[in-house]
Structure formats: structure tokens, C-alpha cells
Design a protein around this ligand. Structure first.
Ligand code: XMP
Length: 327
């Protein structure tokens, strides 16, 4: 039976020195556990899988095979950053899978949020399995499980959905940060040299922009959402205190807009972008922080430049009654 209780000897990792000691210890343990064998990792680019990747690269170099699946629902610049950091800077053995069409084709016309989540989760497993099947000599599967995942009795990250893989392939698990809390993972990530926007990234749902492009996802509305999200992350990210989560949603309705061409008003239908920012401790309840009106207006002015968008709304709803995500 695997030990899933945090050792009492493990000090809380709050300083770079403690992170350094943790990294040294883990690298030695990983080398001992893995030897010359190969390890596979689904690298989403989120904090946990990125820290696990960086630790394993330090320990076993190219014997770690990272698979980054781009399902088309990532935020602007994310797949590029994963490639740049892990292939470019860390010289990792990284397989980049462009599965955008595959996911978006499967999702076409599906409006039920839970069905969308199921499709994204199942398709993720399928793509990952296909990549695993192409590889020879993999012995271990690494996962970014962290201590709250264990405490919540979710042995694997639900949103990564790689839970079925170890059984199918007979991989042994490698979970080097499984006794760490999120803040500790961040301190370790910083010490491993990961960029700040990866280490201090806000929580992002596994189904990604898929649950923020409300209703049946269309490619044009998804692109508008990705652009709007980048604007909101940029502008709210500049505040002295950033909220816990801040993002956009695009509902699946249109409303009337007007533009002037040669002095003539022309009415047209466009999408509304909803700006959402929340503070929470545990995501069970959430409040809405104050955002300076000038910042809201700046975001509005940028967002309305996005083709197809003619309205910007600010979501004031607290949880409960509203959930943090729109779906
Ligand atoms: P809600 O919308 O339920 O969200 O208030 C609470 C927190 O959970 C995140 N969330 C998800 N995370 N897969 C995930 O990995 C999901 O399907 C999912 N749905 C919501 C949400 O971003 C918030 O932090």
C-alpha cells in the first residue's frame, strides 16, 4: 500500500533554501527510483506538471518524455510558452501534439457543459494513449499530483484525466510533488528557474476555454474569447493585488451593435464579452473584488476592437449563487 501521508519530517517549503534542499533530495531519489528507464509525462503547462517536468529533467534529462497536447482550448500563447521553456530553454524531450481540429470537431454542436467536459477529458486520454503507444521502453508515468489532490481523495488530477493510463500500460507512477501544497510547489518551481508567469499562474480549468465559450463552441467565438482573455489577464495582472482568478466568458447570444460607415449608422449583431474576477480561499465561495473603473474602461476599449464583439459586461455575481465559471 502506497504511503499517502505527508511525512512529519518534511518542513514547509517557504524559502528558496528549503526549495533547493527539496530539489536536491528529490533529484537523488528520482535517479535512484528511475535509473536508466524512461518516464512519460503529460505536460499541460500548468504549475504542477511544469514543476514535475523541470524536476525530472534535472534528474534524468532526456529519459523524460513530455507530451504537450494542444486541444485548442488553451489560453493565448500557452502552447508556444511550453515549447519555448521546455524545448528551448531546458532542452527537454518534448512531443508537441496539435490536436486542435480533433477536439474542436468532436465538440462541434455540443452545448451541454458536462458533455463538453466529458468529450474533452476522453479525447485527452485518447490522444495521450496514442502518443504513449508510439513510444518504446517507457516504464514510468509521472504526474503532477499535489497533496490537496490526495486529501480530496482524487489520486490523479481529474482534469488531466490520465487516471486510466497506468493500469492500461502497466506504468509505475512517479509523483515527486505529491506531498506539497500549491504554494510550496510554486517556491520549488521558482527555484527550478521556471518563468514567473508559469509559477504564479492563476488556476485554469482542465477543459480550459471550453467552459468559457458558453454553449456550442464555434471557432470564431473561441478565438474572440482567447483574445479577450489575453487582454483581461494583461490589464488586471498589472494591479498591485491581483484577484485569485480573472478571465472572460463569451455567452452564446448576440446583441445589436451599431457602427458608422461614411456617416451612416449600420446595425449589426455581435457577441458580448463578460469580464469575471473573483477572490476565494477554497473555490467553495467567492467574492467579487473592486476593479478600478479606469481599468475596466481600458479593457473595454481593447476588447471591442476584437472582430465580432460589440459589448463588454462585468460580472458582479458572487458564489453562491453563481459558480465561478459560466458553465
Ligand atoms: P466553479 O465554477 O464550480 O469553479 O465555481 C470552482 C473552481 O474550479 C474550477 N473549475 C474546474 N477545474 N475542471 C477543472 O480542472 C473543470 O471542469 C472545472 N470547472 C471549474 C474553476 O476554474 C474554479 O477555480
Amino acid at each position: 500500500m502506497e504511503n499517502n501521508v505527508r511525512p512529519e519530517s518534511l518542513q514547509r517549503i517557504e524559502t528558496p533554501e528549503l526549495a533547493k534542499a527539496f530539489i536536491e533530495e528529490q533529484v537523488a531519489l528520482l535517479r535512484e527510483q528511475i535509473g536508466e528507464k524512461k518516464v512519460l509525462l503529460a505536460l499541460s503547462g500548468g504549475v504542477d506538471s511544469s514543476v514535475v517536468a523541470a524536476l525530472l529533467i534535472k534528474a534524468i534529462g532526456k529519459n523524460l518524455v513530455c507530451v504537450h497536447v494542444n486541444h485548442g482550448l488553451l489560453r493565448k500563447g500557452e502552447p508556444e510558452q511550453v515549447i519555448e521553456v521546455f524545448r528551448g530553454q531546458m532542452d527537454a524531450n518534448l512531443i508537441y501534439v496539435d490536436a486542435v481540429d480533433r477536439f474542436l470537431d468532436k465538440l462541434a454542436g455540443v452545448s451541454d457543459p458536462e458533455k463538453k467536459r466529458k468529450i474533452i477529458g476522453e479525447e485527452f486520454i485518447r490522444v495521450f494513449e496514442e502518443e504513449a503507444e508510439k513510444l518504446d521502453g517507457i516504464h514510468f508515468l509521472a504526474q503532477g499530483t499535489i497533496y490537496p489532490d490526495i486529501l480530496e481523495s482524487v489520486g490523479v488530477k481529474a482534469h488531466h484525466n490520465v487516471g486510466g493510463l497506468p493500469e492500461k500500460f502497466g506504468f509505475e507512477l512517479v509523483e515527486p510533488v505529491k506531498f506539497l501544497y500549491k504554494d510550496e510547489v510554486r517556491v520549488v518551481g521558482k527555484e527550478l528557474g521556471l518563468p514567473d508567469n508559469m509559477v504564479y499562474r492563476q488556476p485554469f480549468p482542465g477543459p480550459g476555454l471550453g467552459v468559457r465559450c458558453v454553449g456550442a463552441i464555434t471557432r470564431d467565438r473561441l478565438e474572440a474569447l482567447r483574445e479577450a482573455d489575453a487582454i483581461v489577464r494583461e490589464e488586471i495582472g498589472k494591479l498591485p493585488e491581483t484577484p485569485w482568478q480573472y478571465f472572460c466568458a463569451i455567452p452564446d447570444f448576440v446583441s445589436t451593435g451599431i457602427k458608422y460607415v461614411d456617416g451612416q449608422g449600420q446595425r449589426y449583431m455581435g457577441w458580448a464579452v463578460v469580464i469575471r474576477a473573483v477572490n476565494t480561499v477554497d473555490a467553495v465561495t467567492a467574492t467579487v473584488p473592486e476593479i478600478p473603473f479606469s481599468v475596466l474602461c481600458k479593457m473595454r476599449d481593447e476588447i471591442v476592437k476584437i472582430p465580432g464583439v460589440n459589448r463588454v459586461l462585468w460580472d458582479l455575481s458572487e458564489k453562491p449563487l453563481a459558480t465561478i465559471e459560466w458553465e
